[in-house]
Design a binder for this molecule. Sequence first.
Ligand code: UDP
Length: 330
Amino acid sequence: MIRNLITGGAGFIGSHLAEHLLDNGEEVLVWDNLSTGRMSNLQRCVGRPGFRYIISDFTEDPSFPRMAEQVDVIFHLAAAVGVQLIVNDPVRTLETNILGTEVALRAAAKYGKRIFVASTSEVYGKGTRIPFSEDDDVLYGPTTKRRWNYAISKAVDEFLLLAYAESHGLPGVVGRLFNTVGPRQVPHYGMVIPRFIEQARTGAEMTVYGDGTQRRCFGHVRDVVPAIHKLVHCDDAIGHVVNLGSNQEITILELAIKIRDRLQSDSEIRFVPYEIAYRPGFEDMERRVPDLTKAERLIAYRPSRTLDIALDDILADGAAAPGAVMGNSR
Ligand code: UDP
């Protein structure tokens, strides 16, 4: 039976991955410090055979390397999440992202374990050549603008994994995740879909940042998670960076209207300048579309769930379990 360790396993994506692996008959050890993860995310895992969890900071826990030795695969998902959090707490962003990845990679390399490291489409920075392909050049703003700290810290994570793979033969792969959505994503770290749903539900103004013409592609977590699983076991993917997500675009204003219509809400839409939403000098990306050719070639990745399906699933989950969307359980 395959044994897996997931750092950040109580988070939004980590908890879906834990469930997916258990459904596949594998063992799962979730490691999370509950800084942004929540135990309620694991309610469908706790008590199932083969499931265990440890609540501590794995970067400081002396038992982490020993536990890493006892598993077959490590999924490193623990990271600072959400643009809001990243802008508000730059030290935590850098330390969590860089130190965490170093600790996870060192343990994986020591025992020769397969490892998946979650990266982000933020790594493409201000690139404008659409779609974004893994080997494209990246372009960032100055280090004096906090916004780029996240992108650069995740780029360092990618360099670390690639260096370990090349110099130490580490069987590792990086997944560059584009906007990923689904049940259990909470609004408090700034993610747009749970925020709009909460605003539309409560009749609050829906805060569209900028002029709402910026576009995003939203991938369903239930398409992304099986792809993460396949990638870590794909020999041809070892030592590579691979985009994952959806390539179907929507403008943020259209998204707000869609969610308002779906919830039959009479919330007003309010346009909020970026410098008020985040901080002066904040730069948003206009568009962010993944080239999915590499994922398709390696693991036959073809996401099938549309944004409408994602919204159905989020709303159904929120209705079934109050608080799941609102994220008020911590
Ligand atoms: N956004 C918005 N209103 C909100 C939160 C986010 O208009 O209340 C916008 C944000 O400026 C960005 C897009 O929605 O253009 C997606 O934001 P999110 O933080 O979910 O992910 P990002 O793509 O920025 O990582």
